[in-house]
Design a protein around this ligand. Structure first.
Ligand code: NAD
Ligand code: TYD
Length: 370
């Protein structure tokens, strides 16, 4: 039985990971630490919090005293660190928040883990998994091979630079202090509970609401799409069976350019409306409600500054060493995701209209750590 800390557990990947961990390892103690920024949502965690199946702490990973007291109280032997500022567009507008959380917050956690595990002489049996991104490797040309773990770091956005800095800090703690830490660099995730500011949910929701679908530049930029459930499974495998000090790339083996991603979303929405006449009444502004194509909403807009052209991940190390491979095809995963957003309108509507924050303020008083 492990005592597990998941930071950022109210975010997109975090919520999926909390549910996956709870299902796979019900005997483990599970503490979720999250600052509840705009990106967080605990609706899906509510039943687990209410039943005492997880302990949810609202707190900032930069708060060194609070973080250390959590380690002392709960004696974690597994830390999965996902808390971060994660949206590239926001990092262009407000880079400081990214340095604060992604770099200083990671430092605070590393220090608490090291101090606690040293004091309790539990270093060898403990593990710290730092969840990072393929964006640290920079951008690929079309003819380049996918990123492997030995690619040099060439971050291009403030987000990517802040994650690269945090990766370097983690590495330094392994080499200098012997902290049993591992790093994962994964490609773009998609699936349930993703915040409506990211490409796939944004396009689904805009199409349903009849709003323009803004594709940056000419839409030729390529991402390697990874279903969040496969990412979570890989994280659970890596923290248990990966070697401390190692980095593992996690990819979806699904390179697609943004034009194709948005086009496929439009096709899936049009098909869903054709198959289910009730959708037209629920989403009357969607072109498919009047038998028009959602493709008509596509608009090409000004490109993102410093927009990386292509990411692609070589996950051979993960497959060869730990036997982890992706099985969900992008088309099947995207179809499931479109239907998830169709079936969970109230979840995203509350975020889009600001109702979630109002609900949270009214209904929830968090336990904050002392
Ligand atoms: P997210 O933005 O959906 O969630 C991040 C969570 O961290 C939020 O719940 C937020 O409240 C919390 N948080 C932010 N600042 C905090 C602070 N100072 N203290 C405590 N909590 C704080 O992000 P995500 O998409 O779930 O990503 C999770 C991790 O995976 C991040 O480290 C991100 O860099 C990495 N990653 C994500 C993707 C992706 O496609 N989503 C791809 C590669 C890597
Ligand atoms: P995003 O989901 O922000 O992830 P990241 O920047 O971390 O890869 O964006 C994915 C791709 O989609 C990226 O190439 C930028 C592009 N994009 C658009 O074209 N329009 C949009 O409205 C958004 C949010 C992203």
């Amino acid at each position: 039985m492990h005592k597990v800390l998941i930071t950022g557990g109210a975010g997109f990947i975090g919520q999926n990971l909390v549910h996956a961990w709870r299902t796979a390892r019900p005997e483990d103690g599970l503490v979720v630490l999250d600052a509840m920024t705009y990106a967080a949502n605990i609706r899906s965690l509510e039943p687990l919090i209410a039943s005492g199946s997880i302990l949810f702490i609202k707190g900032d990973i930069r708060d060194a005293g609070m973080v250390r007291s959590l380690f002392d109280e709960h004696k974690f032997d597994r830390v999965l660190h996902l808390a971060a500022e994660s949206h590239v567009d926001r990092s262009i507008v407000d880079p400081e928040a990214f340095l604060q959380t992604n770099v200083l917050g990671t430092f605070t956690l590393l220090k608490a883990a090291l101090d606690c595990w040293r004091a309790s002489d539990t270093m060898s049996q403990s593990r710290f998994l730092h969840v990072s991104t393929d964006e640290v490797y920079g951008s690929l040309k079309l003819t380049d091979p996918p990123f492997s773990e030995s690619n040099p770091y060439r971050p291009n956005s403030p987000y990517a630079a802040s994650k690269a800095a945090s990766d370097h800090l983690v590495r330094s703690y392994v080499v200098t202090y012997g902290l049993p830490a591992l790093i994962t660099n994964c490609s773009n995730n998609y699936g349930p509970y993703q915040h409506p500011e990211k490409l796939i949910p944004l396009m689904i929701i805009h199409a349903l609401e009849g709003k323009p679908l803004p594709i940056y530049g000419d839409g030729s930029n390529i991402r390697d799409w990874l279903h969040v459930s496969e990412h979570c499974r890989a994280l659970m495998t890596i923290i248990e069976r990966g070697s401390p000090g190692e980095t593992y790339n996690v990819g979806g083996r699904s390179e697609r350019n943004n034009r194709d991603v948005v086009g496929t979303i439009c096709d899936l929405i049009d098909r869903a409306f054709a198959e289910d006449p009730a959708l037209a009444a629920r989403f009357p502004s969607c072109p498919a409600a009047t038998k028009q194509s959602s493709h008509s909403l596509i608009r090409y807009v000004t490109d993102r500054p410093g927009h990386d052209h292509r990411y692609a991940i070589d996950s051979d190390k993960l497959a060869m060493k730990l036997g982890e491979r992706c099985h969900i095809t992008f088309e099947a995963g995207l179809d499931q995701t479109v239907h998830w957003y169709l079936d969970h309108q109230s979840w995203w509507d509350e975020i889009v209209t600001g109702g979630y924050k109002a609900w949270l303020d009214k209904n929830y008083s968090f336990r904050t750590a002392v």
